[in-house]
Design a protein around this ligand. Structure first.
Ligand code: AMP
Length: 412
């Protein structure tokens, strides 16, 4: 194995200083890095938290679904679309949330990406919409363009043959087409807070006919500073509505939102099935950045590393690292905030289609993306918070597959 520097147990570091050398890969003369500074200062995380022996597969409790899709009172075409997509058994969040949503209850879903939460809210709403002439009536708000796009893609698959239409209202792309789409009065509007608010203010988007609101990844939307936009959007909706609220965490801020936006909600939590217990985690101690790059490059040449998500801190650092890997013969793509929508989409598709084996990403760019079957998550730069760490490594070891995570830390 190439990484002989790897040690278990991590010596407790002195003090709480973090390496101050530019986190953008390659040094670059110590200038300002630009682009990576977001939010509060990094919190110190003890290296022991990056180490975990994965729980043996046999210990896993497999969720036993109480329903089959056939048990849900959906029309024949929707049932057909569900099986056409290859879904046989509902996931835990689907099994537990769908009956409440069908009943018309407000629901808080505590679930991460990868749990099947998208279908959990889409299916019952699609069922209710078929045959309804009021449009638009469903608003789905998500933190990132990519997540909104993935929801829209799933919507299109599930609504085939049902004469239901959607408009995707996200930033970073031309607004004219979105305005045209809205004029056609789609049943579903799926978007990100900034662009939705923008079109509301221009009086192109009106929300007074809406009957259903979905807030997806609410905790991420708060992290990204979308709270004022969300408040404005929700205030423009009728009070009489169904609200479905998804979040991976419930912090006091989130609880406050729930209290104002939802009416007597039912809570469904499936977070325990998505813990980091199943991910084999370890640290790799390095002397300096150049050793870190050497070790990473060497590791990635290994055959087991076939679909690797590498996290870096800054937009520039991520791009440089990806370019370096690519130039070293390791096919790699990058995804970060300096790329426009179509460039991000292309990078993600290359990775999903396994045309590159490495995707280097910033936390923000990777948020909410559905990236299946990642073999390894590598934290080239340590995450901002432990919560970010858990979120990062949750991209591997999904659905019973074994996953591995490595975190580079400074040798002391
Ligand atoms: P999500 O958490 O909604 O992003 O879904 C994660 C992935 O799981 C997506 O690729 C879905 O298409 C897939 N998925 C969701 N529900 C099911 C199900 N009941 N059976 C099989 N695959 C599913």
């Amino acid at each position: 194995m190439a990484f002989t520097q790897q040690r278990r147990g991590g010596r407790p570091p002195q003090g709480n200083s973090r390496p101050s050398g530019g986190r953008s890969f390659g040094g670059g003369g110590g200038g300002r890095r630009g682009g990576g500074n977001r939010g509060p200062a990094k919190k110190y995380i003890h290296p022991s938290k990056f180490i975990n022996k994965a729980v043996a597969k046999a210990d896993e409790i497999v969720y036993e679904s109480k329903h089959k899709f056939a048990d849900f009172p959906f029309g024949a075409q929707l049932h057909h679309n569900i099986s056409h997509k290859g879904y046989v058994t509902p996931s835990a969040i689907q099994d537990q949330a769908i009956p409440h949503i069908i009943e018309g209850r407000d629901v808080i879903g505590l679930a991460n990406t990868g749990t099947g939460k998208t279908a959990a809210f889409l299916l019952p709403i699609i069922e209710r919409q078929s045959g309804i002439s009021l449009r638009p009536s469903v608003l789905i708000v998500a933190p990132t363009r990519e997540l909104a796009q993935q929801i829209d893609e799933q919507f299109r698959e599930f609504s085939k043959g049902l004469n239901l239409y959607s408009a995707l209202i996200v930033g970073g792309v031309n607004v004219d087409r979105q305005i045209r789409d809205l004029k056609r009065r789609p049943h579903f509007i799926i978007g990100t807070p900034g662009r939705l608010k923008d079109l509301m203010q221009r009086r192109i988007l009106r929300l007074d006919t809406m009957t259903t609101l979905v807030l997806d990844e609410a905790d991420r939307m708060l992290d990204m500073g979308f709270l004022p936009d969300i408040r404005q959007i929700v205030d423009a909706m009728p009070r009489e509505r169904q609200t479905l609220f998804f979040s991976a965490t419930i912090t006091p801020d989130i609880q406050a939102l729930v209290n104002t936006f939802l009416n007597n909600p039912e809570t469904v939590s499936v977070r325990t099935s998505e813990t980091s217990e199943h991910v084999e985690q370890d640290i790799i101690e390095v002397r300096d950045k150049s050793q870190k790059i050497d070790i990473l490059t060497e590791m990635l040449r290994g055959e087991a590393y076939d679909k690797v998500l590498v996290f870096g801190e800054t937009k520039f650092g991520v791009q440089r690292l990806s370019d370096h890997l690519d130039n070293s013969g390791i096919p790699s793509a990058a995804i970060h905030g300096n790329k426009n929508q179509s460039q991000r989409q292309r990078a993600l598709k290359q990775f999903k289609d396994e045309r590159v084996k490495v995707l280097v990403a910033t936390d923000v760019a990777a948020r909410g993306l559905d990236i299946p079957n990642v073999s390894h998550v590598i934290n080239f730069d340590t995450p901002q918070t432990y919560e970010d760490y858990v979120h990062r490594i949750g991209r591997t070891g999904r659905g019973g597959a074994s996953g591995r995570a490595h975190t580079f830390i400074d040798a002391r």
